[in-house]
Structures are given as C-alpha cells and as structure tokens.
Design a protein around this ligand. Structure first.
Ligand SMILES: Cc1cc2nc3c(=O)[nH]c(=O)nc-3n(C[C@H](O)[C@H](O)[C@H](O)COP(=O)(O)O)c2cc1C
Length: 201
C-alpha cells in the first residue's frame, strides 16, 4: 500500500486521497466507494445517509441523486455538506467538508446514459424522500415510465443529476493499535493551495 508521511504531509491531499480511493476500490467489499453524506436542513437538523462516490478530482467528490430529495433541499439551503469515507479493512478514514454545486449537465447526462435501463426508469419514477403509500404504487409508476419511453433511450430526468462537494477541508486518519492513530487535516487556502496541520488523534 502507498505510504505517506503524517509528519511531513504533502502540500495537497489529492494524491493521498487518490491512492486511498484506489486502494479502497480494490478491497473485496460490496460498495468500497460508499460514502456518508452529512447535511444540515434549513431548520438546523443534521442528517446523514450513504451515497456512492462516482467521481473525484481537485474540484471535489461527485455523487448522483435526486435534486428534489431531502439531502438536496438541505444542500440548497446551506450550500454545504460533509462527506466521510471509512474502510474498516485498512483502518482508514477520510473526511471532507465543502461547498456543494451541481455537476455540469453534460456530465450528468453521460453518467445517466451509462446506467442500467431499469435504474433509469427508477430515477424517473422515484420522488425520492417523498411519502409513498405502498410498493405497488412505485412499481406501477416504473411501469408507466416504461410505457412512456417505450424502448427509446431514456433521457436524464431534469430533477436528477450529480453534485460535487468541494475540498474546503480534508482530514486523513490512519488507525494504529492502542488508539495511537495518525491524523492530518488540510484546509484550502486559495484556488489551488492547502495548509496541512497534524492533529492529535
Ligand atoms: C450502499 C448504498 C448506496 C447508496 N447510494 C446512493 C446514491 O448514490 N445516491 C442516492 O441518491 N442514494 C443512495 N443511497 C440511498 C441513500 O442512502 C438515501 O436513502 C436516499 O438518497 C434518500 O436520502 P435523503 O432522503 O436524505 O435525500 C444509497 C444507499 C446505500 C445503502
């Protein structure tokens, strides 16, 4: 596994994150790209849920969802989110805090076009986070979408797409025996720069 030095952290966390994402993705676990997305609702209520990492670069980490879901309304209200990755097998954690933005429509279009056709219909049918009386209603709505698009390519719903969480703060944590863990935090200082600080675990 790639070694990085917590006593002499690199100026940017990017290469370290890329290495840990790649090494995490190689683990024999069902969803190694799972991440926990924390938001704060307009009334200050925090909430957290799992989403899947579908992109990463210096601009931030990308996931896809319904733009009218509870998480989306919270992110629209606060403009911010926090993301957590945890890989138990390697005793690693990455935390991100940042500002949220929708990914470019053409990027969402390309991702949506590559999804399984059933998932495409599901995205159209699911009014994510809204109340649903029973499963059969949802299944009927999926069937209605199947008829509506009748085998033609399914376009991306206008209410569905990607979000990017920027890297305003990044924290990398490596577990060690007896809780003598390693921890370093970067805060973004300007467009491309970060300041790194080692923290007590
Ligand atoms: C392993 C796993 C992966 C998930 N990935 C996503 C995802 O990428 N996008 C998404 O909208 N929901 C995903 N979900 C469902 C969310 O956790 C959540 O239930 C849903 O997005 C509604 O959240 P909200 O009501 O807070 O908006 C996933 C759930 C699990 C358990």
């Amino acid at each position: 596994m790639t070694q990085f030095d917590f006593d002499d952290p690199p100026a940017s966390p990017l290469a370290w994150m890329e290495a840990w994402f790649a090494e995490g993705d190689a683990l024999d676990v069902p969803n190694p790209n799972a991440m926990y997305l924390a938001t704060v609702d307009a009334d200050g209520t925090p909430s957290v849920r799992t989403v899947l990492r579908r992109g990463f670069d210096k601009r931030g980490v990308v996931f896809y969802t319904n733009y009218e879901s509870r998480k989306s309304l919270a992110m629209i209200a606060s403009g911010r989110a926090s993301v957590l990755f945890h890989w138990d097998q390697t005793d690693r954690q990455i935390r991100i805090e940042g500002r949220i933005s929708q990914v470019e429509p053409e990027v969402s279009d390309a991702y949506f076009a590559a999804r399984h056709p059933e998932s495409q219909l599901g995205a159209w049918a699911s009014q994510q986070s809204k109340s649903l009386s029973n499963r059969s209603q949802f299944e009927q709505e999926v069937e209605a979408m199947r008829v509506k698009f009748s085998g033609a390519p399914v376009p991306r719903p206008p209410f569905w797409g990607g979000y990017r969480v920027s890297l305003d703060a990044v924290e990398i944590w490596q577990g060690h025996p007896h809780r003598l863990h390693d921890r370093v935090r970067w805060t973004a200082s300007d467009e491309d720069g970060f300041a790194a600080t080692r923290l007590y675990p």
